[in-house]
Design a binder for this molecule. Sequence first.
Ligand SMILES: [Zn+2]
Length: 337
Amino acid sequence: MTLYAELHRHLGGSVVPRILWRYFQRHASDLIERFPDYPDFEEFYTRSRNTLDEYLELHTLVESVQTVQTLPYFIYRLIRGAYIFENLAYLELRYTPYLRTPDSLSQSERIDKMAEIVDVVGIASRVPEYPIVTSQILCAHSRLPYEVNKAIIDLAASKQEYVCGIDIAGGDSHYAERLDEFIGLYEYARSLGVKTTGHLYETTAGCYPEMLPYLMRIGHGIQIPLLHPELLAEVARNKQCLEVCPTTYLKTGTLDDIKQLKIVFDRCFDAGVDIAICTDNAGLHNVRLPFEYESLLTHDIINFEQLKACQEAAFRHAFAWGGRDRPASILTSLLQA
Ligand SMILES: [Zn+2]
């Protein structure tokens, strides 16, 4: 059995439709009146959207029910599923802690509550019966004010027991008007020793070369090989890894056909740029990591050798794996003995 590392998964998009629907059912939410039958809910929840913004709207549905009280419920089920069905040995979960605090509070009160959210997520992610090495990536958000985003970075720096890095989310077309501010936040994070990834070059409207040097990994980044292959040599030199999430681009309308990813993989392999294959929103897509692997193989986008290279890259670029060997090496050494 191979064990995998997942580097790009949103807490909000990680709830599979069945678990979310069951939650609504148990807690008599008004949402269950809209969707008394599960298949209707699954269809609504997992269907493709026209744009990234429309797709991201769906996150707010889940965010609204992921509170300090309910997070352990959802995370337990997430870890259980990841262990049983996905063979994950390592998982980085990302989210914006501010958006899990009550919106009835003032901004400064909500900032103060973020540390508790990180603790709750950290404790809930350690499930003895389903052991997975987990860590959190805290997402700054393109629609949140500077003070909140800065507080998120300070929190990442102060909670290294549970947090391994920061990200920026919220749709990459929205960075433009505040680009200097976001670059400043990344500079600040790096000065504190915080590891960095960021949603960038996901859509054609999200290409900001000025931000690239600050990222250790690139969330998606598919427009680099597609539209700006001249940047690949530098990405390779900087040892930046692309977090490619195949199903996302079809769900957001960024790509029409999964086969368009062949160029992404071919150009990255040729340039020596590492790719980690990830799910992004496994629940929202109702697609688990091993399926993403299989789908790339069956569509002839990559071969088995390339898949293995991507799986190894995921462990190499994992912020909290600590440079250890992949778990499979234990079995290999047993075989050799
Ligand atoms: Zn993402």
